[in-house]
Design a protein around this ligand. Structure first.
Ligand code: GLN
Length: 296
């Protein structure tokens, strides 16, 4: 089946279910039934269906790109964050005490805060520049309303950052880290933009302009952490149903990578209890089942 027919068929068949995230009030206003799907092939061609050109809040999808940016220069960040699945919700505090302020992995909020701190002041602007270049869309930007709403409701993330600071695992002030973190999460992009921006992970580290962001093993490692930790306490279920490295966000987006073939982004805002898009998971499940493409 041609990719365009495939994405059209999936968009016609999925049924959104679940609830939109409301702990960030600006996200609660989004239409829960929106659905978009885009597949970008290695040459940069994009096949899209539904609301694939509508920008949405990328939220924790930003964490995959931030990890890649942190690993671009060296592996030092691994001294500050682990790479084991947590089995806990994305905003959990529970393991931080027993693990001496070293978060389990870079994709739970605690770990992402460490990665952002590692990149330091200007981290969100670096991410924006990268995402604009890779998507080819210079208008990609931070949604100021979502950023403010998230900053106004950031007690939990602030607590995580302070707790890690008490163990000496924060270099910058908590205010600086929170500022960068809410900006990175509040970037708005469409499925088409994100699918293109994810292609470097399908190309074993090579960006759309032919330069390298990551070594072959660096890209393998980001993909591996996405597979094992990218959907939090649902990573086992995601590997079982989808069989690809993936990263979700509470805005309802999920990116997924078929190494050597394509990058996918799906968006539908209604979430399951673990903060993953219900229709997004369904669509990716159908995609890998219909194509037979997976890392297994
Ligand atoms: N910005 C959100 C938060 O920090 C990201 C969470 C997510 O997308 N899972 O709570």
């Amino acid at each position: 089946m041609e990719l365009q027919q495939l994405v059209d068929r999936i968009a016609a068949e999925v049924t959104p279910g679940g609830e939109v995230a409301d702990y960030i009030p600006a996200l609660a206003r989004i239409d829960p039934h929106a659905f978009g799907l885009a597949v970008a092939t290695l040459d940069g061609e994009v096949f899209g269906a539904g609301d694939h050109l509508t920008p949405f809040s990328i939220q924790s999808i930003s964490k995959a790109f931030m990890l890649a940016l942190a690993l671009h220069s060296d592996d030092d960040v691994w001294a500050r964050v682990g790479r084991e699945p947590s089995g806990s919700p994305f905003n959990s505090l529970v393991q931080l005490e027993s693990e001496q302020g070293i978060p389990r992995n870079p994709f739970i909020n605690a770990g992402a805060l460490v990665v952002t701190d590692h990149l330091g002041l200007g981290a969100a602007d670096r991410l924006l520049a990268f995402l604009r270049a890779e998507s080819g869309n210079a208008s990609v930007g931070v949604d100021p309303e979502v950023a403010k709403s998230e900053l106004d409701h950031s007690d939990r993330n602030r607590a995580l950052a302070h707790f890690m600071a008490s163990y000496g695992n924060m270099r910058n002030s908590v205010d600086v880290v929170l500022h960068e973190y809410v900006r990175q999460c509040s970037i708005a992009m469409s499925c088409a933009d994100l699918a293109r921006a994810t292609l470097f992970l399908a190309r074993h580290g090579v960006r759309n302009d032919g330069t390298r962001l990551l070594t072959v093993s660096g890209a393998k490692r980001v993909n591996a952490v996405m597979l094992t930790c990218g959907t939090y306490d649902a990573a086992g279920q995601f590997a079982y149903r989808v069989g690809l490295p993936g990263k979700s966000g509470v805005g309802g987006g999920i990116i997924a990578v078929v190494p050597g073939k394509c990058a996918i982004c799906v968006w539908s805002p209604a979430l399951d209890a673990r903060g993953n898009s219900v229709a997004g998971l369904d669509a990716l499940d159908r995609f890998t089942t219909l194509t037979g493409w997976s890392v297994f």
